[in-house]
Write a protein that binds this ligand. Sequence first.
Ligand code: HEC
Ligand code: HEC
Ligand code: HEC
Ligand code: HEC
Length: 266
Amino acid sequence: MVSRLLTFTLLLVSVPSWGAPSRQLCLSCHLSHYAARCGCSDCHRGNPAAKRKNIAHSGLRAGKYVRFTLGVEAERRDGERLMDKLACRRCHVSGGRGNRLAVSLDGAADRKTAGELVFSIRQPVATMPNFALNDEQRTTLVNVIYAGSSEHGTDKAAPVKVHFNNSGTKNADIFMTKCGSCHRMLSQRLGAAGTGEIGPNLSGLFSGFYPKTFRNGETWTPGNLNDWLKNPREIKPQARMLAVALTEKEIKELYMILLISPDSNR
Ligand code: HEC
Ligand code: HEC
Ligand code: HEC
Ligand code: HEC
């Protein structure tokens, strides 16, 4: 894998024609394109030594999912911007950065086909927000995921374990009693918490990967959250959320649920 990545990088940089694999049987069925850059499989994957289509195409990435290989700066920037806006990294590592509350997208890029990645974004598991994106946005995100993993390796590190609350049978925690009817989150401590959809998903609130939605684009700190809970409308005049009164002890408990240990994000 490492050597494959290395070859890929070298080829992109120096573009020597001797670099293309000599046995590139893709060309027995397809016309050549971007040949000056590298071999077909450096961009599309698949198996260039196979003559039969189904074998040659195993693990193939269609053209629209490998647009990132062309290195168009503006496209790359727009993609990163979309991923930042949706804050995928509040839960996932991508391109070596992010919280480890869910599986690493750098690892997923290697294990999953583009179709599977698209499906996971379009029909997310219950603990991942449904972003209701269009085809083009999903394609853009898959390009960002592939670009990130090609630069940062496949990341075999395990995510922080997500425990599923069997709600009702356990003592309810402070998040479930005071916030969970409107919010969801993945907590390092509790796993999947909350069932509400009307407020934003609060995963990784105190990390650098949560959107900077506090007053004037500030990050969320325990102090800021405290002010928000006392009176959301003072922070955001049109806020729909009402004040939530908590005791000192409850606030401490809430912070512990929201915090992420430093070694689980980077
Ligand atoms: C035996 C002939 C054959 C070989 C060998 C072959 N292909 Fe194809 N390829 C096709 C045909 C035919 C299609 C049209 C769609 C289909 O039938 O799957 C296609 C479609 C594609 C597509 C579009 C896929 C999509 O989902 O839109 C890409 C990309 C592609 N091939 C790349 C490659 C690469 C890279 C290789 C070598 C690793 C390769 N092909 C080897 C015959 C072949
Ligand atoms: C530098 C990366 C790169 C290389 C090398 C490359 N491709 Fe592509 N390919 C793309 C991109 C990106 C697209 C999407 C359309 C475009 O920009 O041309 C694409 C589109 C295609 C398509 C059209 C169907 C589709 O999926 O969009 C086929 C077929 C294809 N490539 C086959 C090949 C074959 C065969 C080779 C080897 C001769 C090859 N490609 C080499 C990046 C590459
Ligand atoms: C609130 C946390 C959260 C956020 C935010 C989030 N996801 Fe997920 N995502 C998950 C969980 C949970 C899974 C299921 C796998 C697991 O349990 O780790 C998942 C699975 C995935 C998978 C499938 C991975 C695999 O190995 O099967 C992809 C792809 C994915 N997410 C992409 C995204 C993208 C892109 C974004 C941003 C638009 C995003 N996710 C935002 C929690 C999240
Ligand atoms: C009755 C529903 C409800 C409850 C209960 C609730 N919230 Fe909210 N919360 C919302 C809604 C709706 C928003 C969206 C912002 C707004 O008010 O317009 C929100 C926004 C937030 C935000 C701002 C997030 C952002 O990115 O803008 C934070 C932080 C927050 N809530 C934390 C909490 C915490 C912590 C609790 C529990 C102590 C809690 N909320 C309880 C409904 C609720």
